[in-house]
Design a protein around this ligand. Structure first.
Ligand code: FES
Length: 142
């Protein structure tokens, strides 16, 4: 495998859906990305966990409809588009990540180096606080 290849998008299993309470966010680190995942009841949405204002932790914000309000200075971010809503002159937006749920396990589509191997621990409830185990070894793939 070529270590110099640019990251490609891969589906990465992250956690059991029960690990993210209804209408709350949780942060996870995956392959160098800090991601905030939100449970909206009928579906999950994921965005970069860094407010475009001054980098506030969006996973700790208040979920309101399909938006999250940053806990630091109350900028409101649309969870589907990543765009700021209440700041017309704000920088463009935060990154968004596609999500899917299969058999109660939430996955994210995220850029990961082609040479990386992501280990999925047996106790998936632990992954939300610790993040998946990302290494460059060749042992058990996702
Ligand atoms: S850091 Fe988020 S509104 Fe200021």
């Amino acid at each position: 495998m070529n270590e110099n290849q640019p990251p490609t998008k891969r589906w990465v299993r992250v956690t059991c859906t029960e690990a993210i309470p209804l209408r709350e966010g949780r942060a996870v680190q995956i392959a160098g990305h800090e991601v905030a995942i939100f449970n909206l009841g009928s579906h999950f949405l994921a965005i970069e966990n860094k407010c475009p204002h001054r980098g506030g932790p969006l996973a700790d914000g208040i979920v309101s409809g399909g938006t999250v309000v940053c806990p630091l200075h109350a900028w409101k971010i649309d969870l589907s588009t990543g765009k700021t809503i209440n700041q017309p002159s704000a920088p463009p937006c935060v990154k968004t990540f596609a999500t899917q749920v299969e058999n109660g396990v939430l996955s994210l589509e995220i850029p990961v180096a082609a040479s990386a191997t992501i280990h999925f621990p047996q106790d998936c409830l632990a992954t939300i606080s610790q993040g998946p185990y990302l290494t460059r070894s060749a042992s058990s793939e996702v």
